[in-house]
Every structure is written in C-alpha cells, then in structure tokens.
Design a protein around this ligand. Structure first.
Ligand code: ADP
Ligand code: MG
Length: 747
C-alpha cells in the first residue's frame, strides 16, 4: 500500500451546492484536504464561510455534488444513504454545540445508553463506562443527573459519549459555543488529548481559543479553503479499527423502558393519573354492562324492564327466598319509599283485550296504583273490576265510552293463547297522545291479579308433566309442543290432556289416570298431582273446552285456574320499590342492601331501550360501549401526547445516537404498559380493600360484585391493548421529525 491509502479522509475538488426555491447557493467550492489520524484539525472562518458544510460532508451528513471524498482510500461519491449511515456509525463520533444529552439521565446512564444502543455486552459496558468517564475527568459526577451539571461538564459528558463509540473520527461543530472561556479551555484540552490516537475535526469561528492545541488549521472564506496549514507534523498512526456495532438487546430495551418510566417523577405521576382514569372508566362501563346483563338474568322474570321510572328499584332477597308481609310493611314504612309493588313481575307485563267494543293493549297494574281522575265510569271495586287508561285516538273504543263501561271482556295473555282473567270494565282514563304507548295501562283488582301473577310465574318456569311412564316438557309459547292453559272448563283437581297421552298408560287409556305437574324457576320449585278428566277430541271439543278451534288446541293441556294458581302463585319473591323521588333512590337502595337484599335501581340501568328486546340490547348497547371506550381512548391519547412532549428530545437524541425507530417504539411501549400495569395494580388493590370492607364505599362494592377473576384478566388485557395503541400513535407523532433534522438541530 502506498502512503495515500493511510490518509483517513481525502477531499479532491469537493463542491457542495444548496438548492432552495430555485436559487443555488454554494456551500463549499473545490475543497482539497487530506486529514489523518492523530491530527487535531481546526476549521475556522467567518460565519457563512462553509465551515459547517465542510464538516457535514466529512461526517457523511451531507452529500456533495462535485469532486470526490475518499475514506481510507475508498471513493464515497457513489454511496447510498444506507452506506453513509453505516459510514457514520463505524467512523464518526459527534459532539454538539447543544450537547444533546439526556438531561434526566445521570452521566453514567448517558454513556451507558450509547453502548447499549451499539449492542456492547453488559460486562464490557460495566468496565468501559467508568473508564471513559474517568478519561474526561467526571468520575465524581458519575451518578449526577446531567441537568445538574455546568456547561463545561455537559460538553465533557458529550465528549465522553463520542469516545464511548470508539470511532476513529470525532467531529465537533462549535463545541465551545455555549461555554465560558474557562470551560472552553478545559474542553479543548481534552479534545486535543483525544486527538492523539484519533482524527479530531473541530469547527469554530473563534480560532484564538484553539490556537495552542491545533495541529492543522483550515481557514475558509466564501466556501473556499484559503489556508491549509500544518502547525505540528503528526506521524502517521497507521490503520484504525472500525467501531464495533451491534444492536440494542431486548434486556436493555426493557431496562430503558423501566428507567424512562420513573426518571421524571412528575411525568410518571401524570401518566399514572391518566391511566387510573382509563382503568376506572373502562371498569365502570364494563360493570355497568355486566350489571344490565345480569338485570335480565338474575332478576329473571323481568327479562327486559319496560317501566323505567327513575324512582323504581327492583328488589329481591340475595338468596331468593320469599318476602314476608312484615318485611314488605317495613319497607313501606321507610321514610323515602312512596309505594311497594308486590307484583313486580307484572309491572313489565302487557296484556290485551280484543272484542266487539274494544281493541286495547297495555301494561298491567294493580288497581290501587291508579292516580288521577277518570274520564268516564268509576273506580274498580269488585273482584274482577278493571279500569283502562288509553290514548284518545280512534281505534281503541269501537263505541262511545259509556257503551264500553259495564261490559265484560277477556284479558288475554300477550301471546293471545289464554284468557288471563275476565275483567269487568268499570272506568276509562284518557291520556293525550298515541293509542298505544308506555302510558297505556289496565288497572285490575286483586282477584284478577292472582291469575295474572300465576301466568307470569308460569312463563318464567320450566314446567314438566309426568304422565304414566312418560315425562314431557310443557311451554307457554308457540314453540312448545304442549301448552298448559288455565280455563274454568276444567274442573278443580282435573285436567284435559291431548289424545296421544293415552299411549302413556298400560291399557292405553288416559282417562281417570293420575298426572303430575312440576314447575321450577329461579325462586321456587312446586308440584301438584291431578287426575285426567278426559282426553280432548274434535267431536266434543266445542262442548267441553270451547276456546278457539280444536285444530289449534289438540296438543294443549287444560287446567282449572285454581289449580294453576296453586302451582304458580307461591307468594312474593320480587318486588318493585318506588322512592318518593329519584334523589332518594341511592338512600333507599342502601337501606335495602343492609337488609341483605339485591337491588337494581332502574335509573342506573344503562340503556332505556332495553324493552325492545335482546337484539336491540346488543345492537344499541355494544356500539354505545365501543363509542365510550373510543372516547376515553382519545382523551387518554391526547393527554399522554402532551405529557410525552418532554420525550421528544429524548427520542431525537436516541435516533441521533443510532437507535432504530422500532427500538424506540418498543421502549415507549414498555414505559406505557408499565404505567398501565401499575395503575391497574393500584386499582385492583383498591377493589380488594373495598371488597374486604377496609374501605367502605357502597357503590363501588356493588359494582365490583360483578367482577370475577376472569373479568379482571379481560379488563387488564383491554387496558394493555389500549396502552399499546396509545403508545403506537404517540410514537408515530414523535417520528414526524426525521433523525436527520434532529441531527442538524433543525428539530
Ligand atoms: P458556517 O458554518 O461557516 O457559518 P455554513 O456551512 O453553515 O457556514 O454555510 C455556508 C453557506 O451555505 C452559506 O452561504 C449558507 O447560507 C449556505 N447554506 C448552508 N446551509 C444551507 C441550507 N440548508 N440551504 C441553503 N443554503 C445553505
Ligand atoms: Mg456553522
């Protein structure tokens, strides 16, 4: 090899132009230079003379348009961006005027960071960091945060960091620009020492400071080198090792994530508050959702509440046992209770009347719930009396109100299959508005209520009939093979059964045989033994039963209403308590819970659209929840962004030091997920304290009853996913500034 190849950097007629808005400005023009290891090169000149441009070309930050730059004899004019990246990583150590240190890290941590980024093994990191710190004379500040250091000390840290990479070229643009003369002197001395086994290139407009130490002076004017003087001849130090460069390890990313979480305490606390807010919001949405789901299963009979009075509470015993009269009296006596509806099961139920004079559909209420004046007729008195409350529109009354009053009608179950009760219409009350709405009601007397109540419980029960050897399931709806229909045509203690029941008995005759009906629902089991009066047959149907056509009823079992009631009307298991007004609901709820009852305040049920059925429940409620979660997500995201603003400089420094965008994102992920985990942990601890009554917060206790171990896991996963997405969005914003911009200080 000839001597030329030992020259580290050689520029031959290198020119660089800047193009901006159609104007070409020349950065440097036809520069010729040869720089070698051991030199301390000082580039000086007026402002705008091209010093920085020259330095950026040497350090591979800027490309050039003319001429050729050789690095250890290799041409660089054809280098791609990636090749220049590699060149910088292998050869160049940067020292900045602005230091570009992580202020919240200690001196030690700043040096450690660059070694980690370059994938230096841990044992070597531990050995090298103190060595390097010692070299720049900062050993006693090793554990001091950079933010506490003086300018000169900071610049020494940044020199130490450049040394840590162990590259053969160190470049510095105005390294003393921010320092007082004393600190500047220290730093320059240090650089000149480093130059003993490296090539150090420094740009300054203040040559006097450097004069004593420079081995070569390059003076510039208007983009040209006007003087290139070797002050001290440096013997060639020979070839130089390229710096090793690996990638940051997973373990070190984790350590940086954890370090970043806690290194600025106020920032940590703010993030923690944001994620506590997210945790609590998501939990309360989740529990409210579960609660309303439970409302339809646990309070079984009201699958969907239709009466959404905001003063209504649905109440049962925790262990589902019956209410005693004393208990109901006690509740009625509560100061803030307006009324107790024993027939809660009926409040959400509707029935209809369809005959010559009337076409009515409405909710069933006990007569004593009637308020206000009647428009016609009188209040119900007798056992079967009823008052209808309906809209004034046409289509309900076929005649004048006076004609309807005094007539007897069949109050039909919703499915139209059975007459729940015969009611005698004694009065009519009109409301303004549509013919049928939530206001449409029928107020019935206690006698009629009994049948209605039994019917409601029957609908909520699993009913089986054991006939001879065979047991069949009986339903109240259209899908059921067999239905159980109460009618007075069946004598007490006796039933009519379908003809096919004959086959269940030895002599193929069901008549006069025994039959057992059992019912089972969430509140009670009950059973009754009855005798078969006869099987139904088309010839005799009209005379014996006479409800509709035989063809539609050939599979039905007909039972006397009194028997039906004795199976299904077992007492009061679920009541509705109405508070004097909605502000008292919380108070009454607490009183009831103290009596060991389960309470659902209807005003807290999440969506008033529940009455439309399960399909609507999932169609409307789920998107509603999704929207809420998305809103919370964005609130959390924007606040997180604001808080992470302080991270911007950290990330541009990390990129400058050669960390990849992906690795930076991972470190941010770790930080945010760690904060979420801490927030969730605190929240979980809080729920345990409430659950074990260390903290007494009734509402929270009530809500967390819906949380099982599984739910906590789901919740945590949801939060982690949210955190991950927040981190992803935040990172994307952070990277809108390119590393290059950051490098040049344009960020
Ligand atoms: P110095 O560092 O000596 O002050 P520079 O190298 O920054 O000088 O600038 C040399 C010349 O190049 C100046 O005329 C300057 O206006 C021009 N220049 C530098 N950077 C840019 C740029 N990004 N776009 C356009 N012109 C530039
Ligand atoms: Mg400059």
């Amino acid at each position: 090899m000839d001597e030329v190849s030992l020259i580290m950097i050689q520029l031959k007629n290198v020119s660089k132009f800047y193009y901006s808005k159609g104007i070409i400005a020349s950065g440097i023009t036809k520069v010729n230079l040869e720089l070698g290891v051991g030199e301390f090169v000082v580039i000086t000149g007026e402002s705008g003379s091209g010093k920085s441009t020259l330095l950026n070309v040497i350090s591979g930050l800027d490309t050039y348009e003319e001429g050729e730059m050789y690095v250890e004899g290799r041409e660089t004019s054809h280098f791609s961006t990636a090749e220049f990246e590699t060149y910088r990583k292998k050869y160049i150590g940067n020292i900045f005027q602005e230091f570009n240190l992580v202020n919240s890290y200690t001196v030690y941590q700043n040096i450690e960071l660059i070694l980690w980024i370059n994938g230096v093994p841990d044992t070597e990191v531990k050995r090298r960091v103190p060595e390097i710190i010692d070299k720049v004379g900062l050993t006693e500040y090793s554990r001091t945060k950079v933010s506490k250091l003086s300018g000169g000390q900071k610049q020494r840290v940044s020199i130490a960091r450049a040394l840590a990479k162990d590259t053969s070229i160190i470049v510095a643009d105005e390294p003393t620009g921010n320092l007082d003369s004393e600190s500047a002197e220290e730093v320059i001395k240090l650089l000149s020492e480093i130059a003993k086994d490296k090539l150090v290139v420094v740009v300054t407009h203040n040559f006097d400071q450097f004069e004593k130490y420079a081995t070569r002076v390059v003076r510039m004017n208007d983009g040209r080198v006007i003087e290139d003087k070797e002050v001290v001849h440096v013997p060639d130090a020979g070839e130089l090792a390229e710096s090793e460069s690996g990638r940051i390890t997973v373990g070190n990313k984790l350590r940086l994530g954890v370090r970043n979480t806690f290194n600025i305490i106020p920032k940590f606390l703010l993030l923690l508050i944001v994620f506590l807010f997210v945790t609590i919001s998501v939990t309360s949405i989740y529990t409210n959702f579960k609660e309303s789901e439970n409302a339809s299963s646990e309070f079984g009979f009201n699958q969907f509440f239709t009466n959404y009075s905001d003063d209504r509470m649905v109440v049962k015993h925790r262990d589902n046992h019956k209410f005693t009269d004393e208990e109901i009296k006690k509740i009625e006596a509560f100061e803030n209770v307006r009324v107790v509806a024993k027939d809660d099961i009926l409040i959400d139920k509707s029935a209809y009347i369809e005959d010559d004079l009337l076409s009515f559909y409405g909710y069933i209420y006990p007569a004593d719930a009637l308020v206000g004046k009647l428009n016609a007729g009188e209040m119900p008195k007798g056992d079967n009396d009823a008052v209808i409350r309906t809209g004034r529109e046409d289509g309900i009354l076929m005649g004048e109100p006076e004609e309807v009053i005094g007539t007897t009608s069949d109050l039909m179950s919703e499915d139209g299959e059975s007459s729940l009760a015969k009611v005698n219409i004694t009065g009519i009350q009109f409301y303004e508005g549509e013919e049928f709405s939530e206001e449409s009601k029928i107020y019935v007397s206690e006698g009629a209520l009994k049948n209605l109540r039994a019917d409601a419980y029957a609908q909520a029960s699993t009913i089986k009939i054991k006939s001879g050897k065979k047991t069949v399931k009986v339903g109240q709806d259209y899908e059921a093979t067999y239905r159980l229909i109460p009618t007075k045509k069946a004598p007490k203690g006796k039933v009519y059964v379908p003809a096919e029941f004959n086959e269940n008995y030895k002599n193929e005759k069901a008549k006069d045989q025994k039959i057992k009906i059992t019912a089972d629902n969430m509140y009670f089991d009950s059973s009754k033994e009855l005798k078969i009066k006869d099987v139904t047959a088309s010839k005799t149907y009209n005379k014996t039963i006479g409800i509709g056509e035989f063809e539609e009823h050939s599979q039905d079992i007909f039972i006397n209403p009194a028997d039906f009631r004795s199976i299904f009307d077992k007492g009061v298991y679920q009541i509705s308590v109405f508070a004097t007004n909605n502000h008292e609901v919380a108070e009454v709820t607490n009183q009831l819970r103290d009596m060991d009852m389960k309470v659902i305040p209807l005003k807290d049920a999440i969506s008033p659209i529940l009455d439309a059925g399960t399909d609507i429940l999932s169609l409307v409620q789920v998107p509603l929840l999704v929207i809420l979660v998305v809103v919370i997500f964005f609130i959390a995201y924007f606040v997180t962004r604001l808080i992470l603003k302080s991270r911007d400089s950290y990330f541009s420094i990390a990129r400058m030091l050669g960390m990849s965008q992906k690795d930076i994102k991972r470190i941010l992920d770790i930080e945010i997920i760690l904060v979420v985990t801490i927030a969730f942990g605190l929240f979980f601890l809080f729920t345990r304290l409430v659950a074990f009554d260390v903290l007494q917060i009734e509402y929270v206790k009530y809500l967390i009853e819906y949380m099982e171990a599984k739910d906590y896991i789901i919740l945590y996963l949801v939060l982690v996913v949210m955190a991950y997405m927040i981190s992803g969005r935040a990172a994307r914003k952070l990277f809108t500034t390119s590393a290059m911009q950051a490098y040049r200080g344009e960020a």
